[in-house]
Ligand binder design. Structure first.
Ligand code: NAP
Length: 246
């Protein structure tokens, strides 16, 4: 039982996957790019809930489950914790610390889509950086608003919305230029944490713009939690060394 199953879909998870040798498995939901240059195997698609994941852990003789999914991917994290208990396989998780508001920040915390739309009512030009969810609401844009939705991919622009297909990391200079050009008056964000998409918050601060921030979902406790990739990598190398595998 010396195989690792790494649940990913983030830049941090990809860094971990690059450390894994051919015995191990990197798993993706299938929404984004599938890397083709890893030494470990890559599988794509759901497991069929926590029961399916528990069955996979047993049938594939997995000895360690690592949850390095995005902090808002709450379902797969809950499934991972549940399946690890059911299968008796330890689960480690990367739990990126949330961003914290700094002096001068105007964050307006919301819990769901309805609260988010209410919080946006006073504004005209929101920048959405939440992923694909706003795409399902393009037909509901209030008459006084023009939306910019930044996500991995999406439909063509409409008269009421611009879809910016883009993948992080985003630089300060790039964000500064985008904000100046598009004259956003509010930013809509998840509290993803990490450095890859943090520049937008700094530019919002520079320009005195409010940020409507979707609260983080609760995540389950697991055997070991790590705040950063470097810390998890050290533990992973130690685990691989103890088991005499790469
Ligand atoms: P989610 O709601 O927690 O998961 C929905 C279902 O997708 C899970 O129940 C599972 O299906 C499947 N799934 C999710 N991650 C998987 C993985 N790594 N390998 C295999 N199956 C997986 O997840 P989500 O919010 O839709 O996010 C999907 C993926 O995108 C995640 O892997 C996450 O790391 C990545 N991502 C999410 C966000 C975000 O904001 N949510 C941002 C960046 C990247 P079954 O129940 O059938 O197993």
């Amino acid at each position: 039982m010396t195989r690792i199953l790494l649940l990913g879909g983030t830049g941090d998870a990809l860094k971990l996957a690059r450390e894994l040798g051919p015995a191990h498995v990197y798993s993706l939901a299938g929404l984004g790019k599938v890397p083709d240059d890893l030494r470990c195997s890559v599988r794509v698609g759901g497991f069929g809930g926590s029961e399916g994941l528990a069955r996979y852990l047993a049938s594939e003789r997995i000895g360690l489950l690592i949850d390095a999914t995005h902090p808002y991917a709450a379902q797969i994290s809950a499934n991972a914790a549940h399946a690890s208990r059911a299968a008796g396989v330890p689960c480690w998780a990367l739990r990126r610390p949330a961003w914290q508001p700094q002096a001068g920040d105007d964050w307006r915390m919301v819990g769901d889509w309805d609260e988010l739309i209410d919080a946006l009512a006073p504004f005209r030009r929101p920048l959405f950086t939440l992923g694909r969810e706003p795409l399902a609401h393009l037909g509901e844009i209030p008459p006084h608003q023009f939306w910019t939705v930044r996500c991995l991919d999406g439909p063509a622009d409409t008269q009421r919305a611009r879809i910016l297909a883009a993948r992080g990391p985003f630089t300060l200079d790039g964000e500064r230029a985008l904000f100046a050009l598009q004259r956003f008056d509010v930013v809509v964000s998840k509290n993803s944490g990490g450095g890859a998409t943090e520049a937008k918050l700094e530019i919002a601060r520079e320009r005195g713009l409010p940020v409507v921030m979707l609260r983080r979902p609760a995540l389950p406790a697991v055997e070991r939690e790590f705040a950063g990739v470097a810390e998890l990598l050290d533990a992973l190398r130690a685990w691989l060394g103890e088991h005499g595998i790469e």
